[in-house]
Design a protein around this ligand. Structure first.
Ligand SMILES: [Zn+2]
Length: 226
């Protein structure tokens, strides 16, 4: 009887040890995963990424989609309403509202939404600022080519102009910008087709960190085609 008891106790002990070990391993994995996820959220991107990677034949850059902006006042709907009062200018010279098409929800690379509109125009057509504000970043990316990130005067939104052929002379980061000011020229840099120059234009609602490379995408179409 004693032997059996001892064996039983031994088995029980082993079970407890196993359970403890499994639990500890689980906790370790959970900690590592949480740490990784948090780091992904907070660290700046490796080679900053455009808000919505652009273009039409774009290949996936493996870039994570920008995380959505945390809930903050005012609400998203209110913010878009406020943006509508900015009376945004169509950023390509000579293009009228009836020439615009809503390509915001088009899919581009696998699982990736366009999150922008493409405004077709001959190479060299003038690109003008949709709103007052400042140049937040002049950036060259694989997908977007030569790009501009402009912040609006309230620093709540960014305007993204991509595939530019070249910038306006003297354009610089932190430069104050007026609505209608010449920013650059339509082109096909990045992954745009050589034979179809266009402006890829996107709007994002900035997070509280005001990071130029991320934000909550807002469809420019209804704001421009009014
Ligand atoms: Zn595009």
């Amino acid at each position: 009887m004693r032997r059996i008891d001892r064996r039983r106790r031994e088995r029980l002990r082993r079970r407890v040890v196993n359970f403890g070990f499994t639990f500890a391993l689980g906790a370790l994995v959970a900690t590592l995963l949480t740490d990784r996820l948090q780091r992904r959220e907070t660290s700046p991107p490796i080679g900053p990424l455009p808000i919505a990677t652009t273009g039409d034949t774009e290949s996936s850059t493996g870039a994570p989609r920008a995380p959505a902006v945390e809930a903050a006042a005012p609400s998203r709907t209110e913010a878009i309403g406020a943006l509508a009062s900015h009376n945004l200018l169509i950023p390509v010279e000579g293009v009228t509202a009836n020439k615009l098409t809503d390509t915001f929800d088009d899919s581009r690379a696998i699982g990736r939404r366009h999150d922008a509109i493409d405004i077709m125009a001959p190479r060299g057509t003038q690109v003008r600022a949709v709103d007052d504000g400042t140049i937040a970043k002049l950036f060259t990316s694989k997908a977007g080519g030569l790009t501009i990130y402009q912040f609006d005067p309230t620093q709540s939104f960014s305007y993204y102009y991509a595939h530019l052929d070249h910038y306006a002379t003297g354009l610089a980061e932190q430069q104050p910008i007026r609505r209608g000011q010449l920013l650059g020229y339509v082109g096909s840099t990045g992954n745009a087709s050589e034979s179809a120059p266009h402006l890829h234009f996107a709007i994002a609602r900035l997070g509280t960190d005001r990071a130029w490379w991320k934000g909550d995408p807002i469809n420019p179409y209804p704001l421009l085609a009014k």
